[in-house]
Design a binder for this molecule. Structure first.
Ligand code: AP5
Length: 221
């Protein structure tokens, strides 16, 4: 089963993808996490991507495509994946279809997580991420048990450099310009499911699992 999570920055794609990955036992593939790992390791790709990311702009397709093709070619993706952060442009959606044809599979579910701008700004400006295992927290919505320490692995929590209000607004602008055609692309294919993501994380997960369950049998939160 191959699942794509669409939605603006802060809609909760990463949060849902991580829980869903455990629930349906499929790997979470996040292009943002892959890029941040490259930046942290100082790879060529990371050095080239960093400037775009810090400014809230999309990293050029030439850098992204090969990274994703390599990731989706790994053995752990054999039974499927939960893709978060890709595709963000029509060209990326078409490139994903090419990769799916090459691997003789298809996208089964596309969930478009919709959140209001006020909710997005509140979520991103309070987000904390584990520097070790990438678990997500929020200063007020989902606080860690101990300040700045990851509940899952004890790693140090940090604020992403693109989670400043000015950069958040730029990312939202880029999302509005580039990603509307992607939503239409999947709507036309009949794969799109719209999910209101302003609810709490458990409520959003329940809606996603109900939709998957209606096609693949019952799944409980
Ligand atoms: P990426 O890492 O993909 O960031 P994004 O799409 O901007 O999305 P976010 O990770 O900010 O938000 P999210 O929806 O995952 O929210 P989260 O679950 O964390 O990309 C970063 C950059 O990399 C891009 O700007 C671009 O430069 C580059 N890039 C990546 N992919 C690319 C591509 N395909 N092409 C080109 N460039 C690419 O939740 C946010 C916060 O809210 C958390 O604190 C969480 O705890 C909280 N929260 C989540 N859900 C709820 C809820 N339901 N209720 C209350 N709080 C909640």
């Amino acid at each position: 089963m191959n699942i794509v999570l669409l939605g603006p920055p802060g809609a909760g794609k990463g949060t849902q993808a991580k829980v869903l990955a455990r629930q349906v036992k499929l790997p979470h593939v996040s292009t943002g996490d892959l890029l941040r790992a490259n930046v942290a390791e100082g790879t060529d790709l990371g050095r080239q991507a960093k400037d775009f990311m810090v400014k809230g702009l999309l990293v050029p397709d030439t850098l992204i495509q090969e990274m994703l093709r390599t990731r989706l070619g790994r053995d752990d993706v054999g039974q499927g994946f939960i893709l978060d952060g890709y595709p963000r442009t029509l060209r990326q959606a078409q490139a994903l279809d090419d990769i799916m044809s090459q691997f003789e599979t298809q996208i089964d579910f596309v969930f478009n997580l919709k959140a209001s701008e006020a909710v997005i700004i509140q979520r991103l400006s309070g987000r904390l991420v584990c520097s070790s295992c990438q678990a997500n927290f929020h200063r007020t919505n989902m606080p860690p048990k101990a300040a700045d320490v990851c509940d899952a692995c004890g790693g140090e929590l940090y604020q992403r450099s693109d989670d400043k209000e000015e950069t958040i607004r730029k990312r939202l602008q880029v999302y509005a310009q580039e990603s509307a055609p992607v939503i239409e692309y999947y709507r036309c294919k009949g794969a799109l499911h719209e999910i209101s993501a302003d609810d709490d994380a458990h409520g959003v997960l329940t809606k996603i699992l109900a939709l998957i369950g209606s096609h693949h049998g019952s799944l409980k939160v």
